[in-house]
Design a protein around this ligand. Structure first.
Ligand SMILES: NC(=O)C1=CN([C@@H]2O[C@H](COP(=O)(O)OP(=O)(O)OC[C@H]3O[C@@H](n4cnc5c(N)ncnc54)[C@H](O)[C@@H]3O)[C@@H](O)[C@H]2O)C=CC1
Ligand SMILES: CC(C)CC(=O)C(=O)O
Length: 322
């Protein structure tokens, strides 16, 4: 779906795109013996940008590895109410900025006799660069950051993250901020989601809170994401392989389509090509128009299959793109 939408945008705005497909995930493990084959790693490395679909139970060996391998340190997870969806509350527009390379997802787990241990890794460098990213994003939005951690229980690790985030806050006087413990933040996301603009948090909390925020704005089928590094970026829907609905044509494709829009926007800045920015805007506005017209899967109350939503969306792109 992402490919056809990007190709359609390319046709409309007159730029060329070369798509290369690479295997990863459960099927790659079963058929090739590796969830993340070397060819896929090289493919990601040599591309201008990458987009990943759901890969299943081996997600840790694919996406967590790619994030760390290519230092894709900023995980951007917007949670925004689109027309035609059924949100818990209207008017919500949150950007979760999640540190993407450290914390318990670093993968240092050990078994001992009768117990198991995981190391939570937090560095000043990674905390500072993600906080800088979040405050810069807030400057372009509603100028408010909520810093989320649990330093009352983990004063060394989460304490470091919170301290560095507040130091960064002091160099962005135009952006206001508040601090919340993650348990209180998860409650506030339900009770008062409109009070959030940018939510800056650590890796594990960001993973969990972004599923919650997605549900607040209409469900995981509406949640795109970006994994951004200094020079590379990889885009993916927040959701997984949805085994309960897989193969039935029920999966909502908007999360993937909106991830493709994020990719075009990132590429427009990376390449300095305004046609790519126009393409990104067209994909998003076509999604808005299609959703207004009820072109949606059953999770949104629609009656269309995944592929029908894709065709409908492309038709709207052509209509809006001229
Ligand atoms: N970043 C990644 O690659 C991720 C991978 N996963 C993997 O995906 C597999 C399934 O994980 P789950 O915990 O079940 O999470 P999931 O995100 O696949 O599904 C959770 C719920 O959301 C629904 N859902 C997800 N995507 C949807 C869509 N596009 N349209 C409509 N409904 C949708 C599902 O039907 C399910 O009820 C696991 O193997 C997990 O490891 C899960 C989350 C993220
Ligand atoms: C490895 C993934 C399943 C973890 C996750 O849900 C994510 O980081 O998006």
């Amino acid at each position: 779906m992402a490919i056809s939408v990007v190709q359609r945008a390319a046709d409309i705005f007159g730029f060329s795109v070369e798509f290369r497909g690479y295997r990863a995930g459960d099927s790659a493990l079963a058929e090739l013996g590796e969830a993340l084959p070397e060819e896929t790693i090289q493919g990601v490395r040599s591309s201008d940008a990458a987009i990943k679909g759901p890969v299943g139970e081996t997600a840790k060996d694919v996406i967590v590895r790619l994030r760390q391998m290519f230092d894709l340190y900023a995980n951007l997870r917007p949670a925004k109410v689109y027309p035609g969806v059924r949100p818990l509350m209207d008017g919500v527009d949150i950007l979760i900025v999640r540190e993407n390379t450290e914390d318990l997802y670093k993968g240092y787990e050990f078994e001992l006799p009768g117990s198991a241990v995981a190391l939570k890794v937090v560095t000043e460098r990674a905390s500072r660069r993600i906080a800088e990213y979040a405050f810069r994003e807030a400057e372009r939005r509603r100028k408010h950051v909520t810093i989320v951690h649990k330093s009352n229980v983990m004063p060394k690790t989460d304490g470091l993250f919170g301290r560095v985030a507040k130091e960064v806050a002091s160099s962005h006087p135009g952006v206001s901020y508040r601090e919340m413990y993650v348990d209180a933040a998860s409650m506030a996301l339900i009770r008062d989601p409109r009070s959030f603009d940018v939510l800056l948090t650590m890796n594990v909390y960001g993973d969990i809170l972004s599923d919650e925020a997605a549900q607040v704005v209409g469900g995981l089928g509406m949640a795109p994401s970006a994994n951004i590094g200094e020079k590379m970026a990889l885009f993916e829907p927040v959701h997984g392989s949805a085994p309960d609905i897989a193969g039935k044509g029920l999966a909502n494709p908007y999360a993937t389509v909106l991830s493709a829009a994020m990719m075009l926007d990132w590429l427009s800045q990376a390449k300095g090509d305004p046609r790519l920015e126009k393409a990104s805007k067209l994909v998003e506005s076509a999604a808005v128009t299609a959703l207004r017209r009820g072109i949606a899967t059953p999770d949104l109350g629609g009656k269309y299959k995944t592929s029908e939503v894709g065709k409908g969306l492309e038709a709207v792109m052509v209509e809006l793109g001229g």
